[in-house]
Design a protein around this ligand. Structure first.
Ligand SMILES: NC(=O)c1ccc[n+]([C@@H]2O[C@H](COP(=O)([O-])OP(=O)(O)OC[C@H]3O[C@@H](n4cnc5c(N)ncnc54)[C@H](OP(=O)(O)O)[C@@H]3O)[C@@H](O)[C@H]2O)c1
Length: 293
């Protein structure tokens, strides 16, 4: 697995990481969760991205990977859900980090992201102070913002963050033209979330009310031709090798999909003509297609 510098944080990340949202689902049994996490590291997928809100995810990462903590980059997200604290306050961020460390059974998380809060929250000095104090205390290596659009741009320019996480995929390309080049110029590490666009091609009919619905609409509008590639190959190679992306975190609870995703990313960038056609199709149909959180 190709490994890349993560901005100027000093961290090195794999081109493909594990989006550990699905790992949090209680319907996934514990043995399968263990196999997925061990399998990821064995395959060279040495970045695991989680969040406080991903069900059992943090707890399972702690349970099954604490003994291999030196082998992977660990990222989580905070800002809400701490008992006895109002969401999006300094104490909520500070205690959220402490609780994440406990659940993840580690002394340090590599990147702690503020989890997609709006701009007003991001501008609150108490929130940034809590994150910075935790960084100085050695509880995290880099502070990050995970989100889109205006707050993402603010985070980028604020100087308060060493890392960003944003949507980059066939159906969500705006950040390729603005946020990513600016992040690279400023030395921020970038994680691409939703790199498969939540696999909208799998739905013959509109997935009404589902997370993927907006991307499904965009895919219909763009009328893309995948050419000689399977859709997952087209999507993942586009994102994982996009300029400015250090690591693409494909979400999966399936070891089989993870193994396939490793093989796809290892095929390298798509041909330049295919990338140009995908960029052109997005630009031609971009009708207020902002980044999807
Ligand atoms: N606001 C935020 O901070 C935020 C928002 C969204 C996502 N994220 C992060 O980004 C990660 C990834 O995002 P995501 O999971 O929403 O979107 P994604 O990675 O674009 O898509 C995940 C979907 O693709 C399927 N999939 C994975 N590999 C596949 C393959 N080879 N062939 C066909 N289908 C495949 C998965 O199903 P299977 O389980 O069946 O493989 C799952 O349904 C999340 O886990 C999370 O860590 C963060």
């Amino acid at each position: 697995m190709e490994r890349r510098p993560f901005g100027t944080t000093g961290l090195t990340v794999p081109a493909l990481g594990l989006g550990a949202g699905p790992l949090g689902d209680g319907r996934l049994d514990e043995a399968a969760a263990a196999r997925l996490l061990q399998g990821a590291l064995d395959l060279g997928v040495t970045l695991v991205d989680t969040a406080r809100s991903y069900g059992l995810s943090e707890e399972r990462i702690g349970r099954h990977l604490a003994h291999r903590r030196g082998e992977f980059v660990l990222t989580t997200k905070v800002g809400y859900g701490v008992e006895g604290e109002a969401d999006w306050t300094g104490p909520c961020v500070a205690r959220g980090i402490d609780e994440a460390l406990r659940r993840l059974r580690t002394e340090v998380v590599d990147v702690v992201f503020l989890h997609s809060c709006p701009l007003e929250t991001l501008r609150d000095p108490a929130i940034l102070r809590a994150l910075e104090q935790a960084r100085r205390a050695g509880k995290l290596r880099a502070a990050g913002y995970s989100g889109e659009n205006e707050p993402l741009r603010w985070a980028l320019e604020s100087g308060a963050f060493g890392a960003l996480e944003c949507s980059v995929n066939l159906c969500d390309q705006r950040s390729l033209a603005d946020a990513l080049p600016a992040a690279v110029a400023r030395g921020l590490g970038v994680i691409a979330k939703r790199p498969l666009a939540n696999a909208p091609w799998a739905h013959a009919e509109r997935p009404a009310g589902q997370y993927v619905e907006r991307y499904w609409e965009r895919l219909q509008a763009m009328q893309l031709d995948p050419g000689p590639f399977d859709w997952d190959e087209l999507a993942l190679r586009f994102t994982a090798h996009a300029p400015g992306v250090a690591c693409a975190i494909a979400g999966t609870a399936s070891l089989e999909h993870l193994e396939r995703n490793v093989r796809l990313v290892e095929r390298g960038p798509l041909p330049a003509s295919a990338v140009a056609a995908l960029r052109q199709a997005f630009a031609a149909h971009d009708d207020g297609w902002e980044g999807e959180v």
